[in-house]
Design a protein around this ligand. Sequence first.
Ligand code: DGJ
Length: 807
Amino acid sequence: MIDIRENDGGRTLFVLNTENTTYTFRLLENGQIEHLYYGPRIDVLSSDGLLEHHAFPPGNSSIYSSECGSFSPEDMRYEYSAPGKGDIRESMIEAVYADGSRSLDLIYDSHEVKNGKPELKGMPSSYGKEDEVQSLIINLKDKNGPLLCRLIYSVFESSDVICRRTVLENIAEEPLRIEKAMSMQLDMDPGSYVFHTFTGAWAREMKKSDIPLKAGKISVSSRTGSSSNRANPFFMISEKGTTEDYGLCYGFNLVYSGNHYEAAERSAYGKIRVLSGIQPEGFEWILDKGECFETPEAVLCVSDEGFGSLSRRFHRFIKEHIVRGKWQHKNRPVLLNSWEAAYFDISESRLLGLAKKAKAAGIELFVMDDGWFGKRDDDSTSLGDWYVNKKKLPHGIKGLADKIGELGLKFGIWVEPEMVNEESELYKAHPEWALRIPGKDHSTGRNQMFLDLSINEVQEYIINCMKELFSSADISYVKWDMNRNFTDVYSAALPAERQGEVAHRYILGLYRIMKELTKAFPNILFEGCASGGNRFDPGILSYFPQIWASDDSDAIARVQIQEGYSYGYPQCTYTAHVSDVPNHQTLRRTPLETRFNVAASAVLGYECNLSDLSSEELDVIKEQISLYKKWRSVLQFGEYYRCRSFSDATDKNSLESDDNKDAEWVIVSPDKKKAVCVVLQQLVHPNTQWLMIKPKGLDPDKKYRIRSRVFKTNLKDFGGLVNYVAPVHVKQDGAIHNILAKFVKMETEKEDHLMSGSALMKAGMRLKSAFSGCGYSEEMRFYPDHASRMYFIESQEEKDERTDKPE
Ligand code: DGJ
């Protein structure tokens, strides 16, 4: 994997190979390190032809020294960068010595190779066995001052991932101020590249944007204190023209849950510098003598087979080397969450009523969301007071959990331990534990304040409090919420000169808490949440195997949100719920079937008022859940392929129209014997009968049976058209219409075909005609606005392994 050639034309050449990719760099004459290549796997004979030739420095540029007068640092591809010696692009590291100087001259000193990974203290990072990952540590020394820098590369051969991080060490007597410490830098050759970001806001997370890197610098970042829904730390750079299945693209992520920063800068000479790490704005870290600062770990991956292949590499990596613990590969339960059914208005009887319905529908886990503690009747009070509200739950958590258990359901609970309301007993007892500037007004969000997790005593308090709560009843699941952004960042426990450390120290405190609690409760399934996806990142996933992806459960909005996540995260990490209509975030009505098809493409849950649903709807939900259980391991852990997206500008499978947008995706079992394909339409385009699906990822040589999910439609969905067949006039929504709708049930079209994998993937499968203003028949596809279909694909070679049998 790591191949070091000590004598490559008199200098050392480093070649880092994974199964399908190569990363290589070489020492320069002045001891700096030149990046040579990162891309699809190549055979590196030597650096010959990979090294750049610089006969003279470009006009009006600086040179490193008179001995190295043929090149300007501004025009080099470096493994790392620092200011002051002629590289005027954005730098990876910035520090200020006691004398105020900022010029850093980091030069190669030594290197070592290790099987496995050097430990990263206090922060999560990827993990792998000694035969899965090998690490290279490059030791750099500053010629200008007492600073050491280590560049750490961890090579995951079979995952095609290279992780990078940086360690800075102060070897001076005096303190050193670090102002910027990025985790990684990648200097790329000139070319036509596109920067793909995943930005958004509450209820509309992970919107992909494609920004051509023409000139200057493009950056995304967060200063919310969390990895944020404003800009996820996952991003991609692709060569112009890259598609889902073809072309060169790079993906990057950060194993970190706090403020982060990602940038791509096109230099005056066309080269692209990519950086990722802790947000430098507002950040400072004072290193005392002998101390080290360790950056979070960055994850790098490249593929020349398009975005789809890049995504699946990331998925495998996150599944195998980020998520850990009992739930890593274990099927996740189908849950019912009380939030949108009851909000704060919960009581034992109300919850038990919901739980009974849940059990009857086949749900496995009942989750009591916000509202169960202190005086929590709205969001203005009680965060911090983690004792049960006896008025709502007279028999306590244990009493409720036992009753839920007797129904045959597992029990889960909601907490938001990082927060405190001013209206709380905790705040009255410990106002100094809140993150605020003493003597100054404090801004709030959702009426709450952060507890100062940089303080050890606060960490201990949360750990003990949660330990007591989690062991007070039979709790199988915890939803860990976090509902605000940083303001007035200041810790009363730190001196003035260290206030730039607070945001990072908060995250270190959070990680300690998460580590302790997940260690103490290895069987609990923890789900992260931050007003939905305001903290969705590999750092959280290192402790909690799944995260609530968005507070927006509207199926149409969710298609885009889940598609956004699918670029960097496997579907077993994001949870999705079927909720009521009109949807509580958008007021849109989508069919129950579509709500299921979208939520079932992730970790499925329900968040609706089952007590108010009709028996017909409950029957449908029961069928959905039983189907999901049969296909759950494919849906949760299969390989994800995006086939069509709402954002496809010209879609060859439908008419070119702005209002007719289709999405299609397929999830394939790793052995390619089973797959589930979903196709979904945003809005109807009139007079379009034709549609086909074209799944990906199947075995071209296998024979597959492909069947549609058949479900019942409501006669009332045809409105007054019923009068075309009714012997007497039926008034829309009148009594006869309602009675007819109750008894006349129409099933959707049946698709049942036998096709080879190659035919399915290359020719596609043509679906039955959609209703187009006329031509109703039983074989017609009822396909109004927001309609969707789920298709089940099974290899016919292994009949005994068919998925029809229950789990
Ligand atoms: C925000 C979460 O995203 C919701 O799902 C819900 O748990 C509320 N917080 C409760 O306050």
